[in-house]
Design a protein around this ligand. Structure first.
Ligand SMILES: Nc1nc2c(ncn2[C@@H]2O[C@H](COP(=O)(O)OP(=O)(O)OP(=O)(O)O)[C@@H](O)[C@H]2O)c(=O)[nH]1
Ligand SMILES: [Mg+2]
Length: 201
């Protein structure tokens, strides 16, 4: 009888868990993205947008939005039997950005979500990850009614480095979000392999 790998007692693969951040401006779809792919009921910290916040909470473009993230979103997705991602969605509003340093501790990489109607809202997130050399990818969340721009035009507007991937996505769609997450993992792995190579030569 020929024994299969498991019968021969090959140890099961050690699962790898990686931490990925989901950042971007207010109302761009971070909480939606984490909820679309998480296998566990996502932990959310939503608070109702109030009259008092109206002068600072710019909901133009997302008028149907009634709540905002005040601390973080948390979800989990198993991409492969041996690869699990923990997703941490950051709060979008500037007054909660002090959370970002805490959340980015130990992160492999990040997704910066962008909305072409308010592209400038993601500049701060792009700067944040560039400065800390945390590998990131830009996901353009394609809201209905938002003009579609060529990928190169968006890259230029964001002044992205050549190596930073940019993908179009739909934060509500599981498969689309999965592609984005796979993109971040691959990009981060390629960067760290590049760094190791540079050190060895
Ligand atoms: N049409 C459309 N609506 C979306 C999409 N993604 C999110 N939304 C809606 O846009 C609104 C904002 O989504 P959230 O996921 O709360 O955004 P957020 O980035 O977590 O917001 P903050 O935490 O407040 O910064 C919600 O009403 C979503 O239903 C999308 O891809 N298309
Ligand atoms: Mg949110």
């Amino acid at each position: 009888m020929i024994l299969g790998r498991t019968e021969r007692g090959t140890p099961p693969l050690e699962p790898v868990t990686l931490k990925i951040l989901v950042a971007g401006g207010f109302g761009v779809g971070k909480t939606t993205l984490v909820g679309a792919v998480s296998e566990i009921k996502p932990l959310r910290t939503e608070e109702v947008l109030t009259e008092a916040g109206r002068p600072v909470d710019d909901t133009s473009g997302v008028e149907a939005k009634h709540t905002t993230t005040v601390a973080m979103d948390f979800g989990r997705i198993t991409l492969r039997e041996d690869l699990t991602l923990y997703l941490f969605g950051t709060p979008g509003q500037e007054r909660f950005w002090f959370m970002w340093d805490e959340l980015s501790e130990g992160a492999l990489g990040a997704v910066v979500l962008a909305d072409t109607r308010r592209l400038e809202d993601c500049f701060a997130a792009v700067d944040y990850f560039e400065r800390r050399a945390i590998p990131f990818l830009v996901g353009v969340n394609c809201f209905e009614g938002a003009a579609r721009y060529p990928v190169d035009a968006v890259r230029q507007a964001l002044d992205l480095d050549e190596g930073v991937p940019l993908l179009l996505c739909d934060a509500r769609d599981r498969e689309s979000v999965k592609d984005v997450l796979i993109g971040v993992v691959e990009h981060a792995m390629a960067q760290s392999a590049g760094r190791r190579h540079a050190l060895a030569t």
